[in-house]
Design a binder for this molecule. Sequence first.
Ligand code: GDP
Ligand code: IMO
Ligand code: MG
Length: 440
Amino acid sequence: MGMKSNNMTIIGLQWGDEGKGKIVDALTGSFNYVVRYCGGANAGHTVTVGDEKYSMHLVPSGILRKGVHNVIGNGVVVDPGTLLEEIDLLRQRGVVVTGDNLHLSNRAHLVMAYHKAADRLGEVKLSPGRRIGTTARGIGPCYSDKANRFTAIRVCDLYNPGWEEKLLAVIAEKNAVFAAIYGAEPIDFDGVRAELKAQVPQLAPYVCDTRVMLAEAMAGGKRILFEGAQGSLLDVDHGTYPFVTSSAVTACGVPAGAGVPPSAVGYVLGVLKAYCTRVGAGPLPTELDNDLGQRIRDRGREYGTTTGRPRRCGWFDAVAARYAVDLSGVDELAVVLLDVLGTMGELKICTSYKCDGKDLAAFDPDAARLQRVQCVYESLPGWDEDISTCTGYDQLPSAARAYVERLEVLLDRPVGLVSVGPGRAQTIIRKTSLKGLLQN
Ligand code: GDP
Ligand code: IMO
Ligand code: MG
């Protein structure tokens, strides 16, 4: 691994669901801390261990490894009910989750029932063409309140007197809006208060100043892995706005969202699907709205981890991926779900866009413009072998290797890891920089 620091940041370079959870789990054995810094329960990170499949939403993907500290950073918006349920589910399956291995920032903002209601009501009110297709987890409304300040409630507020009065005032304001704009039923203050009151002691063991915790960890030479959520093209500033999520999801979001200096970001590993998917609305230039797209969806089981929605599928978009690589200063790439492209026949990669008959020099995330671009493709030979049992790069068919190596050239970064299935063992480490990090 490059020696910028002991740490690593793992981010998605497309529209989310790149397989970040699997890659984080595969590498966490070499880290002491796994830290979420953006998003909330809109994330769905799948980790498969043997026959067991775990879907993580708020709990970091390091939770399955003994001795690893899992941190939900200040930049994450936390639905307390969802978090407690997720912890319960993990415990029921024998996973140890205590205040010793799960830590929640006292500065994280709370997602409340009215955020989820506003998320749903807001979407329904929009004309179909303007809908974002959010996960309805209350993410956008919660980050709105965070920016708005006086309507926000943070974890630390729950441990100071006065939060119930604040909640009462906030709910009164939300209800006035719900009634006036949406003609919706009011949120019941007593119900929300009672639920939260019961949750306060349940959350208490996890709550701490995670910034201090991480600073001390680094001073003691511990290694931190920052776990990105969503994908770079869903970033609130640099994604395909307004069809984005509401937080800074690239590696640039790590310092603010985790409370660490920029130098702590460390080695940046960008995770890429061997093709493209997107859930929800917004431009997907390489979309295959046809049988081929359905075949990718079937082979890749491309249905959302959080909402179960079918994911839109398309060819690999090297123009968009190159932009994402540049945004985060990605050092190395992990190519995931390569096995899905087997038996698909000839494969295509988008290498440039045209708009109004002209070549576009660079990627422009402007959604209206992206909706209109035409993709220029190059073709590569496919393969029919089942590669899901390959354990070394040399075992891959030459066409699969050529595909990976073409991505390296187009993105100008080494592919250090290739994933050929959801399991831990289905992970091929190719470059020495990552060797030694992988543990089964
Ligand atoms: P994340 O949000 O980036 O963590 O990704 P998701 O978990 O939402 O979606 C990735 C899906 O692909 C999950 O169902 C994983 O179990 C699965 N997966 C991960 N890596 C591979 C792989 O190399 N091959 C196949 N076939 N599935 C994979
Ligand atoms: P992981 O971490 C895929 C998408 C939603 C919607 C848009 C805004 O599993 O990769 P939001 O609920 O955040 O306001 O929705 O962003 N989206 C994701 N898509 N993977 C995710 O997370 C996503 N998180 C949000 O589908 O289009
Ligand atoms: Mg996901």
